[in-house]
Design a protein around this ligand. Sequence first.
Ligand SMILES: Nc1ncnc2c1ncn2[C@@H]1O[C@H](COP(=O)(O)OP(=O)(O)OP(=O)(O)O)[C@@H](O)[C@H]1O
Ligand SMILES: Cc1ncc(COP(=O)(O)O)c(N)n1
Length: 553
Amino acid sequence: MSARAPEDSSAGATGPAPVPTRTVTTGTVPSRPRVLAVAGSDPSGGAGIQADLKSIAAAGGYGMAAVTALTVQNTQGVRDVHVPPATFLAAQLEALADDVHVDAVKIGMLGSAPVAEAVGAWLDGLPRAATTTRPAVVLDPVMVATSGDRLLDPEAERAVRDLLGRVDVVTPNLPELAVLAQEPTVTDWAAALEQARRLAARHGVLVVAKGGHLGQAAGSAAGAEHGAPDALVGPDGVLVELAGERLRTTSTHGSGCSLSSGLATRFARTGDWADALHGTKAWLTAAIRAGEALRVGEGHGPVDHLVGLRGLPADTAPAPAGPGSGGDLVALWWEDAAPVRAAIDDLAFVRALGDGTLGADHFRTYLEQDAIYLREYARCLARASELAPTRAEQAFWAGGAHGALVTELDLHTRWLGGEPQDVPASPTTSAYLDHLRAAGDDYATLVAAVLPCYWIYQDVGERLAARNHPLHPYAAWLGTYADESFAAATREAAAILRRAAAAADARTRDRMAAAFRTACEHELAFFDQTGLPGPSGAARGADRRRAEPVVAG
Ligand SMILES: Nc1ncnc2c1ncn2[C@@H]1O[C@H](COP(=O)(O)OP(=O)(O)OP(=O)(O)O)[C@@H](O)[C@H]1O
Ligand SMILES: Cc1ncc(COP(=O)(O)O)c(N)n1
């Protein structure tokens, strides 16, 4: 770990500017948005509606799918395409609009001009039935698959272009951008941004320019030097530009589908396109990185949409509460804390740490409080060690206390240039520590209270680490998040909690659930305490008044 202070905080993403949008919102953002994918089917599960449904779920939405076309494909290529009558698609869309309030729509493969026209007619009719708001609409203008196979009739390109004036955002790759702009394919990123701006101005639409194909147009194997940048571009130019590391992997099948449906879902949750692109890019990078481990197919494999669930038990189905069901309870508590975890991801502090724009003062304030917290947290872990029923658990918590005092605190003092001097614990830090101490001698409740510090740090850290690159001002810090031994310790701490929950009676389990949830809320408050202003500051969505210490007993 280097003691290098963060450099100029203006580095990294260019800050969000006001984004024009045709989407009408009611001012309330649904925490579980209902998102409709209008797209083709990919039986290999990596692209099309199969990818969309997983991507929507991973972003916290409820996914629906109206199928435009059936493909015969695997990870190596597309063998055939069957496009059912457009009237059948229109009937699917109509049935949904008659019944369901749709918060966002993602449009993918359309296949033929009549299908594109049917979708256009449906968009023209929105909103309808009992709905009062128009869904946000993202168009991924799928023309050619990663394998090089065509997925759109050449004569349908005009029909897809006609949709541009009826959607909020379009997400073309570089060849698709050129087709929509009716210009030659560009080969460098600056030209792509300019072409995207022209397209945005001509059709009054936001364009997400994607750099996944950079280098390919020139005929070379896309190299690391090109990176994998993405940008949100409006009629007046770039609104947000996100640098991205180009991962050396073939697991990118369906990455465009996944990006567009994740974007639509996150926008429905946040009401902010720039935020939605930030979150989607961070998730997708982690999903691409994890794709190879799925070992699906011999060609371009899928991304791992559910990378965020990988710390959980493989089977997350809830079981009825009762003795012996402790394992599932812990997964349920984690799921129950999903809004708090989403609010942490959305914090201005966490976003700025990820994109490298966090100011040195804010980082220092955070580190000082974290150093104070860690010393006391180590005492709580030592207390857990004292109370532990088995030698293995006793050793585990003692090791955790040692790690917090030595490894982690060393990191802080080196970064701060010494122990924090004359810095009092903030009310937020004190409240969190009071909550941990309130478990008293109740081992099960104490374990429930200390686990979120491991788990949330590891979970948020995985996404932050995915955004790291050698020039990141916090590169050394973010690098520590990717530490596998910390991930292993988190899994072990969760396993101990599972065992404790399985052995506990109903009253203890209730106390454990409350201690876990409240600790999650303290985590949110802790990350948000540096006073960094931002649209998502002040813990959007989570009720901070619940962050009171839970008294054991
Ligand atoms: N090798 C890579 N490493 C990291 N990110 C990548 C890589 N390849 C693609 N991406 C990202 O995946 C998303 C899709 O990018 P791309 O430009 O490939 O679009 P696409 O061609 O529509 O996708 P698809 O591969 O599904 O056809 C973008 O966010 C892009 O930055
Ligand atoms: C049904 C369907 N829709 C979209 C794509 C594009 O995805 P990719 O370019 O990653 O193959 C696909 N292959 N199949």
